[in-house]
Write a protein that binds this ligand. Structure first.
Ligand SMILES: NC(=O)c1ccc[n+]([C@@H]2O[C@H](COP(=O)([O-])OP(=O)(O)OC[C@H]3O[C@@H](n4cnc5c(N)ncnc54)[C@H](O)[C@@H]3O)[C@@H](O)[C@H]2O)c1
Length: 277
């Protein structure tokens, strides 16, 4: 369809072929976009991103720790030099909580780790937008997308301090979306994605049960990483030029479902079992 023909984008966060960013980079390339890929220097050591770069027409890779303003400046300057002009879209697909990783309960957080969670998973979006705006790196009607999760609105106990990071991420998208919109017609949105099997996702305790529960509560079933990539493409395209400052649920209907018949029938069966016992 060539929905992104002529467009140039930066994709953060492709760690391996399960990453939502990996699938999004492939989908953007298939729709005609030119890409620059980036990830934290430490993630580069795994090497998989080279394989993605090849698949995406030998896209350059510019390492950047998204918490470092200097790294982000070098990234945007490098990308503009490579493209010979400004950028049309950015995917921020970054999340990490040392508390969640190390199994720290929400009521027993290590505060330096909480700072890291917020910096990596949310404030990095602000830094990315602020650097881009100061360098005037994004074209008019450009599009920036971050990835969120419904724990920003509702409690999912094992999601820990990532829930707070996602609330902040969505708030930054809204607040910066206002300023970037009025200044340059750049739109900023977050996609609130179904639980998806990836390295970051699997770090959450009880993740498999989480996935199964969401599947049984979503009329369309869980949205896959590939489907999320397609949704990102639509938001980077010119077909969604007036969508901004939104948190967009991409979750098969989970967020608007109070209960499903599948879950109800499980309780009916359990109580029948109980009666018999
Ligand atoms: N997997 C899910 O269930 C799910 C659901 C909803 C939202 N999300 C969100 O999607 C996004 C992508 O995660 P994913 O599931 O594809 O997992 P992933 O582990 O493949 O991606 C996370 C990425 O963040 C990068 N990262 C971590 N610290 C960084 C830093 N300091 N600078 C730059 N990059 C850094 C990692 O290197 C990695 O590439 C995250 O924001 C995540 O919270 C995931």
């Amino acid at each position: 369809m060539n929905l992104l023909k002529g467009k140039k984008g930066i994709v953060f966060g492709a760690l391996n072929d399960m990453s939502i960013a990996w699938k999004t980079a492939e989908a953007c390339h298939a729709q005609g976009a030119e890409l620059v890929l980036t990830n934290a220097p430490v993630a580069m050591r795994m090497g998989a991103i080279q394989e993605l770069a090849k698949k995406c027409g030998d896209a350059p890779i510019i390492p950047a720790d998204a918490t470092s303003v200097e790294d982000l400046e070098a990234l945007f300057e490098g990308a503009m030099e490579h493209f010979g002009g400004k950028i049309d879209f950015v995917l921020h697909s970054i999340g990490m909580s040392p508390n969640v990783r190390k199994g720290k309960h929400y009521t027993d957080l290590k505060y330096p780790w909480l700072q890291q969670t917020l910096d990596v998973s949310a404030i990095s979006l602000h830094k990315t937008l602020q650097v881009a705006m100061k360098l005037d790196a994004i074209n008019q009607w450009g599009s920036v997308v971050g990835l969120s999760y419904i724990a920003a609105q509702r409690t999912f106990p094992d999601y820990g301090d990532m829930a707070d990071a996602k609330s902040l991420l969505e708030s930054i998208a809204r607040s910066f979306g206002y300023h970037y919109g009025t200044a340059k017609q750049v739109r900023v949105n977050t996609i609130s994605q179904s639980p998806t099997v990836t390295t970051a996702g699997s770090g959450v305790k009880g993740f498999d049960e989480f996935v199964a529960y969401a599947e049984s509560m979503s009329p369309l079933g869980n949205a896959s990483g590939e489907a999320c990539a397609d949704y990102c493409v639509s938001l980077f395209s010119d077909l969604t030029r007036y969508v901004t400052m939104q948190n967009l649920f991409h979750d098969g209907g989970f967020s608007n479902t109070g209960v499903s018949m599948e879950v109800i029938s499980k309780f009916a069966k359990d109580s029948a079992d109980g009666t018999e016992a």
